[in-house]
Design a protein. Structure first.
Length: 71
């Protein structure tokens, strides 16, 4: 959580519109952090993979979007 908050603070400095409460940027970045981005402290796994959630496919972003559109 501390790492995610630090990354968000870094992005907030350069991204316009992040301070708006209805901005989808925070949700998207949280999904990226938990499902797409590998973490060195988790031996190259994402937090989702460390919890047993596997995203199939070469492009994890595309797979997540396709699965969300089916719901």
């Amino acid at each position: 959580m501390k790492r995610l908050n630090g990354e968000i603070r870094d992005r907030e400095k350069v991204v316009r519109g992040l301070k708006q409460s209805e901005s989808p940027l925070l949700s998207g970045y949280q999904i990226y952090h938990n499902y797409v981005r590998p973490h060195s402290s988790l031996n190259g796994k994402t937090p989702a993979e460390a919890c047993g959630i596997k995203i199939e496919g070469d492009n994890k972003w595309l797979t997540l979007i396709q699965n969300a559109s089916k719901s």
